[in-house]
Design a protein around this ligand. Structure first.
Ligand SMILES: Nc1ncnc2c1ncn2[C@@H]1O[C@H](COP(=O)(O)OP(=O)(O)OP(=O)(O)O)[C@@H](O)[C@H]1O
Length: 316
């Protein structure tokens, strides 16, 4: 879908981004130091038959940063995303996440290791509510097995806050414990609602995803990705189709996502947004890295300017 079509479909979105003051429930625990290498592409080449989509590409994503991946159409940005998230296996080279080789590993395993993504073309479960879409993400983190869910076999002693407020259920829970699945499900519900609030769409939590306005769907995708508690979240053109006010809100949201403890990688054509929100930028052209640096360095790099002069629509 073109940017124009997105824009038309988002005019009636009426999106309100709320900020919640207490993010304890959705902040993530990270194991490493801010600034250390989190993900690394090491001489990655990826060919599709005769097309070299990535040609000997090297770059690193550091923990705690917002990294922009930019380049004209066909530069290889989405292919790089797909290689990092297990959709494609590089023809040559290595991709390491927290020092572990992940090239060729299945997408759901990579997600479990701590990388989540959103898609250029929104991919939600249209017949599920917004809340349920996010709960699917939370479920991916649960420990209970299918047998445990069916028979509620694994029971745990609940904390005071987890006990039902009063009555026989409270007494029974004290004696027999509560199934871990039940506790996980309740925690998942609370967390999902908090995430919907965080991205600013809690007012329509119980509506089917397919009935949500475009701007809400885009934010719902982000909430669902965050629900898997990723250390690295990759956003593929999150501002596509947004009007200037929505883009401004999105920049705030991206910063707040980083403040929760996530590292953020963003592919985006909107240069104002990329220059305004990122700490560093990597530029690809024809599958090769042509520049890397701070937004200021990249913006005055002659190779980058030349690449974008060839693509006036994207440089806007
Ligand atoms: N599955 C595929 N099979 C064959 N060629 C592909 C495939 N995916 C991507 N390509 C080619 O690889 C090159 C890089 O494409 P890619 O989609 O990664 O670029 P991009 O920078 O994300 O572009 P855009 O900004 O338009 O989304 C292009 O020449 C594209 O046609």
């Amino acid at each position: 879908m073109s940017e124009q079509t997105h824009a038309e479909s988002s005019t009636d979105t009426d999106v309100v981004l709320e900020d919640t003051s207490n993010h304890d429930q959705i902040a993530i625990e990270t194991s490493g130091e801010v600034g250390e290498v989190l993900l690394e592409l090491d001489h990655v080449t990826l060919r599709f038959g005769g097309v070299v989509a990535l040609n000997d590409v090297n770059f690193q994503i550091r923990r705690g940063e917002i990294l922009g991946l930019i380049g004209p159409n066909g530069a290889g940005k989405t292919t790089a995303f797909n290689a990092m998230t297990g959709v494609y296996t590089p023809t040559e080279g290595a991709i390491r996440f927290k020092g572990k080789e992940i090239a060729g590993i299945k997408p759901h395993t990579i997600n479990h290791l701590g990388i989540a993504r959103t898609f250029q073309n929104i991919r939600l479960f249209p017949e599920m509510s917004a809340m349920e879409n996010v709960m699917v993400g939370c479920d991916a983190r649960h420990k209970t097995s299918v047998v445990g869910v069916l028979f509620r076999t694994y029971r745990v002693r609940p904390s005071e806050e987890e006990l039902p407020e009063s009555g026989i259920r409270r007494s029974l829970a004290k004696v027999f414990g509560i199934s871990r699945h039940t506790l996980e499900e309740r925690a998942g519900r609370r967390r999902s609602m908090e995430l919907l609030r965080f991205v600013g769409i809690a007012d329509r939590a119980h509506e089917l995803a397919r009935n949500l306005p475009y701007g809400y769907q885009r934010r719902l995708e982000i909430a669902r990705a965050l629900a898997t508690e990723p250390e690295l979240i990759c956003l593929d053109e999150p501002a596509a189709g947004f009007n200037p006010a929505e883009k401004e809100d999105l920049m705030g949201l991206i910063r707040r996502i980083r403040d929760l403890g996530h590292t953020v990688l963003v592919i985006e054509h909107d240069m104002k947004l990329v220059l305004g929100v990122t700490d560093r930028i990597v530029v690809l052209e024809f599958g090769q890295k042509i520049a890397e640096g701070s937004p200021e360095e990249v913006a005055r790099n002659p190779k980058v300017i030349a690449a974008y002069l060839g693509e006036p629509d994207d440089a806007a």
